[in-house]
Design a protein around this ligand. Structure first.
Ligand SMILES: [Zn+2]
Length: 172
């Protein structure tokens, strides 16, 4: 439930937060799993049933303090909700995408903003796809001049091209 509003920021618990995360259209089963990272409850969200994407997930950092008594989100001044993409490589390492959008504030409507961003990240992940040489999920990075985001494989012998993701990112 929403416990209180601190300024305009809503403070909610883990149980309530999870009712706002996606479930399978047919199965109704959760498409997410929770884990704890640096004292924060996080979620990995499955966005495609295609086996190729088995090791790729959208990650949500919820701002919920895993050490708090009732697992509640931060109050104002604490971290907002952040979303990015992570892929597990064949050697077991994890590749994290550049953070594409601004943090999601916990002002009213944050639940819809999460779903909007999940939808956009799904499009980005599908457009990113896999390296033609080594088969790894490609990396998502922001160009140094910050003009646009791109997908590319940085493997040593990979000659994969750049895919400009700008159209998707700017389309939100
Ligand atoms: Zn490659």
């Amino acid at each position: 439930m929403i416990l209180k509003t601190d300024g305009r920021i809503q403070v909610f618990d883990k149980e309530y937060f999870e009712t706002k995360l996606p479930v399978g259209k047919k199965s109704g089963e959760p498409l997410f799993k929770s884990f704890v990272k640096k004292g924060e409850v996080c979620y990995s969200v499955k966005f495609s049933t295609h086996p190729a994407f088995e090791n790729v997930r959208i990650i949500i950092r919820s701002s919920i303090d895993s050490n708090s008594n009732n697992l509640i989100s931060g109050s104002s001044g604490n971290n907002s909700i952040r979303i990015y993409i992570a892929s597990k490589r064949k050697d077991g390492s994890i590749d994290y995408s550049a953070k594409i959008l601004r943090w999601i504030t916990r002002y009213p409507g944050w639940d819809e903003r999460i779903l909007d961003q999940l939808s956009m990240y799904r499009k980005i992940a599908l457009a990113t796809g896999f390296c033609n040489t080594c088969g790894e999920f490609r990396s998502i990075r922001r160009r140094k001049d910050k003009k646009y985001y791109f997908a590319h494989c940085f493997g040593e012998s990979c000659k994969d091209g750049y895919t400009d993701l700008g159209e998707i990112v700017d389309g939100l």
